[in-house]
Design a protein around this ligand. Structure first.
Ligand code: AP5
Length: 222
């Protein structure tokens, strides 16, 4: 059965980290619009250049482009069969409404559960300053909280870890501000639909994962 899950929360809440873990456990494809946009940086097109420039400032990519990029991924056979863990989408009210339309029209489905992972701005900046990512497999690390076995090297493929260009503290503050302004209102949007579940994100990574899996399984079971 296909299950459509929205992971909500500010930058640094751990959406990407948890999505990787629960995707493996539940067999639901992980879709991160941030990863889809970052993958465009190898393309030399006006759109790809515009997206990279927007991301570097911490601003949001426009809704029409974002929905188009998301749709292209969401209509693939794996999402049709298993559903999707949406990480970083939707981020605005128009995106949430577009998602509802897309799921209804393409799959006769709806968002089954929206899980909120919340952390303070201070904790977001702390987590993001220590974040390192693998440029090859996109695995996420933290220099203190979730370090690789060998400093600076990915455990999975031996690639040299990098820092994201939008992880500078001043850009993180702008991303957090935009989250409060544009994305936090979606908490009520999903609460009113009766599909919101909150999971305490201010705990170690391995304590959060089972709660998320439980929340998703409970909603998926109806
Ligand atoms: P995106 O890539 O989606 O970034 P984000 O939402 O800001 O989220 P992050 O990836 O920063 O944080 P996360 O919650 O995934 O945390 P993580 O697991 O990495 O978007 C980037 C940009 O793309 C946007 O600014 C925008 O320009 C554009 N964009 C993307 N989607 C868009 C959309 N829908 N509309 C318009 N524009 C869009 O964890 C962070 C760190 O903390 C890691 O180091 C991790 O190891 C560590 N950590 C995780 N959990 C814990 C824990 N429990 N305890 C301690 N440390 C932890």
């Amino acid at each position: 059965m296909a299950t459509y899950v929205v992971l909500l929360g500010p930058p640094g809440a751990g959406k990407g980290t948890q999505a990787e873990l629960i995707s493996a456990e539940l067999g639901i494809p992980h879709i991160s619009t941030g990863d889809l946009f970052r993958a465009m940086k190898t393309q030399d097109t006006p759109l790809a250049r515009r997206v990279q420039a927007i991301m570097a400032t911490g601003a949001l990519v426009d809704d029409a482009t974002t929905v188009e990029v998301l749709k292209e991924r969401l209509v693939q056979p794996d999402c049709r069969e298993r559903g999707a863990l949406l990480d970083g989408f939707p981020r605005t009210q128009p995106q949430a409404e577009a998602l509802d339309r897309l799921l209804a029209e393409e799959f006769g489905a709806q968002v089954d559960v929206a899980v909120l992972l919340d952390v303070s701005e201070e904790e977001a900046v702390r987590r993001i300053s220590g974040r390192r990512v693998c440029p090859e497999c996109h695995r996420i690390y933290h220099v203190e909280d979730n370090p690789p076995r060998q400093p600076g090297i990915c455990d999975d493929d031996g690639a040299e870890l990098i820092q994201r260009p939008d992880d500078r503290p001043e850009v993180v503050k702008e991303r957090y501000r935009l989250y409060l302004d544009k994305t936090a209102p979606l908490i009520d949007y999903y609460r009113q639909k009766g599909v919101l579940r909150e999971v305490d994100a201010c705990r170690p990574i391995e304590m959060i994962t089972p709660d998320l899996v439980k929340a998703i399984r409970a909603y998926a079971a109806g």
